[in-house]
Every structure is written in C-alpha cells, then in structure tokens.
Write a protein that binds this ligand. Structure first.
Ligand code: S3P
Length: 442
C-alpha cells in the first residue's frame, strides 16, 4: 500500500527504462536468428523476464553481461546476449509448460514462433492472462493450418500449439493489434508462400522494423485514402543476430509527461524516448490539449526514432480521441484520462473497446477510479466522456494492472488529500523503479 499526496513542482530530467515491446522482440528474434544478438537497454521488468524464461525453457542460451569494451555503448553497462538457435532450432520443452506470467505479448508472439517448430508446446499464464482473449491468434493460426487449442475450450490460455508447417495466407483483422499481427507474421516466417496481414489502421510496427534489421523481407502497402494497412512478409530468409539498442519506453515516459503538465511549477525532461509514429499518439494529444511540449535531439537508433521530450506545467483543455489515433496511444489511455480529468472542459475517448481486454478492463477501472476521485465520467461502449474538475484523494485498487497503478499515482499528485494505491508492487510488470524515478523529480 502506498500513500500519495499533493505535490509541489516536479523538476529535472530522467531516462526512462527500455521499451517493453522492443525488449520482448529482441529476445524472440534473437532466439530464432543465427548467431548472437546483443541488446543494450533491455527492460528488466516482470513481463520481459517472462519472455526470457520461456525461451530458456526452449533451449536458448541467454546471458546477462556487462559491457567490457568501449567499442560500442558505455563501459560496464548491462547487456543481454541471446545465442540464437536458428528458425527451427528451439528445443522441445517436453512436459514443461511455458509460463508467460502476466504478459499478453509473450503468449501471442511466442505462439507464432511455436507454430513453426516441429513439436507440441503448452503455454499458460497468471489469472489475468488466463482470462484474456486468445481466439484472436487461434483463428489465424488455424487458417495457416496450425492447430492452436485452448485447453479449457474458452479461447484463453492454457494453450497447446501443435507446431508444424504454417501456410502463407492473407489475413484481414478487424482489430489493430500488434500482438496479433506479430503472431501471424512470425508464423509466416515458416511458410513457403508470402503472408499478407491487413489491419484497420497501423498498429505498432516494431516487429516489422526489427525483422527487417535481422534480414527479413517485408513490404507495407497503404492506400492514401484509407486507414487500413497491409503488411506482406516474404519467407525463405535466414535471420542474422544483431546489435540492438532499446529506446526508452514512451508508455513509461507518459506518466512523467502527464505529471510535468499537471503539477503546477513543473518542468521535466525525459531523455532518449522512442517516438516511433505508431506509438507517439500521446504527443499529438498533449499538443491538442494545449500542453507545452518540446521534442528535441531527434535521431534514429537502429531503425527506431528517438528524442528528448520536455514538458512544463500547462493549463490543458479537453479534446476528442478516436479512430486511427487509438492504436498509437492504446497503453497511455489511463494516464491521458487523468490529464482529461484535470483539463478544462470535456474529453471524449472513442474506438477504444480494446481497453476492455487488457490486464484488467481498463475502461471500467479508469471510470471507477476517476469517479472515486470526484470526477464526472461516463463509460461508453468503446470509451468514455470525462468532464474536467478538481480531484480529491481516494483509495485505488489497481487490481494487479500496472498502468492503472501508475496513472492513478499521477492523479494522486494533483488531488486534494491522500490517495492510496493498494497494490503498488504491480508496477514491476513494466516499470520496477517507477516510484524511485518519480521521487527523483520531487
Ligand atoms: C503490444 C501491443 C499492444 C499493447 C501491449 C504491447 C506489443 O497490444 O497494448 O501493451 O508489444 O505488441 P495489442 O496488440 O493487443 O493492441
């Protein structure tokens, strides 16, 4: 249990930890590449450690090291070295069950890779993961000719993946989900024919960018007058181990961007943050709400754009968020809702039904939390309507959801009275040092 009180201005700069999505993918692609992959800035959070644990069970050697040369990066910085087993080189884990913990990314991407192995594997996860929808990967894998079965028949984990020879297909997805897209593309690596994946708007494209860096052959097709995007993966390549530098996670930076904007007297710089255009929706929303934001020092690291972000206290106003913007800020909606609660006027969030199937039902968790804090909020079928007002402290049970815990911690900084987060340890899923980093700015 953690108590948070109204804060005076936050000042200073911070380097947020490595991007979660990119960290997962570095292990996964490293595992099925030939040769070694060396990762700088890997996020050592519970979710990414679940991915490491699964690949170790599949016989992949993964070492934590310190950089002992000045040739690249900083001396003594932590490195992760993945000794690639090759596309079909994973080891049959036998009776061992692969435990993805709380991580949807682990189970969905791993399933695509397991679809191409010549053994049967079993994946499970914690109670939250066991209630999240897996029909969205079971269906395309079955179209690809791979049997993926939900052991309890409820389209959730535990899953059994009967690996074999996926077939290249054209899959048209109703949802913009990078996890589903990545599952299909990774399975497509094992096919003889190309795999086409069409999504209603572009979801995060880290798998595509990293696969290309490893030697993968992909193309993206988009008609100028439509949001939908088709990604084509051509198989028959050998992936080659790479040196990867993981940028700071914009989803983690989001909490401090919000804090800097909301707490009077603040000025905060977040260094080295990934600003891939499939992830930068929060920056667009900050501008639309009238926030004082500067993006500086823009550069490309690996294939990912990176920048320093500076925000200062601003009087925000309400905005509308929906359509193809949603996938670019899907994980930031809890903290954007907190910004909306402090803004002048009304904010409408729509097209965000996916939030119901995250680590918790985030639409309900946000709406309940904000109402407890005295804000007028109406949950709709696919979003919410928030009228900005003055927040008062409340007790928030994040129900094991890291992003709800962090978003309401920021709310606590700008509320009258005391806010209690009952289960603050759940931030370990994506940001183990969140509270230390927050303290460092106070
Ligand atoms: C992720 C994709 C998103 C996001 C999740 C990480 C990824 O999920 O919410 O935190 O790494 O591919 P969906 O693909 O289900 O939208």
């Amino acid at each position: 249990m953690l108590e948070i009180r109204n804060s005076s201005g936050l000042n200073g700069s911070l380097t947020v930890p490595g991007d979660k999505s990119i960290s997962h993918r570095s292990v996964m692609l490293g595992a099925i590449a030939e040769g070694d992959t060396v990762v700088r800035g890997f996020l050592k959070s519970a979710d990414c450690l679940s991915t490491i644990r699964c690949f170790r069970k599949l016989g992949v050697r993964i070492e934590e090291k310190e950089n002992d040369s000045d040739a690249g990066g900083e001396k003594n910085e932590p490195l992760l070295v993945i000794h690639g087993a090759g596309l079909r080189g994973l080891r049959d884990p036998g009776n061992e069950i692969l435990d993805a913990g709380n991580s949807g990314t682990t189970v969905r991407l791993l399933s695509g890779i397991l679809a191409g192995q010549n053994f049967v594997s079993h994946i499970t996860g914690d109670s939250s993961l066991r209630s999240r929808p897996m029909g969205r990967i079971i269906t395309p894998l079955e179209y690809m000719g791979v049997m993926a079965a939900s052991d309890l028949g409820n389209n959730c984990v535990p899953l059994s993946i009967f690996g074999g020879k996926p077939r290249g297909i054209h899959y048209v997805s109703r949802i913009a989900s990078a996890q589903v897209k990545s599952c299909v593309l990774l399975a497509g690596l094992y096919a003889d024919e190309p795999t086409f994946y069409t999504e209603p708007s572009l979801s995060r494209n880290h798998t595509e960018l990293m696969l290309s860096a490893f030697g993968g052959n992909l193309k993206v097709r988009k008609k100028a007058d439509e949001d939908s995007v088709t990604t084509i993966l051509y198989p028959g390549v050998v992936l080659k181990g790479q040196n990867i530098t993981v940028p700071g996670d914009i989803s983690s930076a989001a909490y401090f961007l919000a804090a800097g904007l909301l707490v009077p007297g603040s000025r905060v710089t977040l260094k080295n943050v990934g600003i891939n255009e499939t992830r930068d929706g929060i920056l667009r929303v900050i501008r639309a709400m009238g926030g004082d934001l500067t993006v500086s020092n823009i550069r490309i690291e690996g294939r990912e754009p990176v920048a320093d972000l500076t925000v200062s206290y601003s009087e925000l106003h309400g905005t509308e968020i929906g359509g193809s913007l949603i996938p670019t800020l899907i994980d930031e909606i809890p903290v954007i809702a907190v910004m909306a609660a402090c803004a002048d006027g009304v904010t409408v969030i729509r097209d965000a039904a996916e939030l119901k199937v995250k680590e918790t039902n985030r639409l309900t968790a946000i709406a309940e939390g904000l109402s407890r804090m005295g804000i007028d909020v109406t949950e709709t079928g696919d979003g919410m309507i928030i009228s900005g007002g003055r927040m008062k402290g409340a007790t928030i049970d994040p129900n094991g959801d890291h992003r709800i815990a962090m978003a309401f911690s920021i709310a606590g900084l700008v509320s009258r009275g005391t806010t209690i987060i009952t289960d603050e340890g759940c931030v370990d899923v994506s940001y183990p040092d969140f509270y230390d980093d927050l303290d460092s700015l106070r």
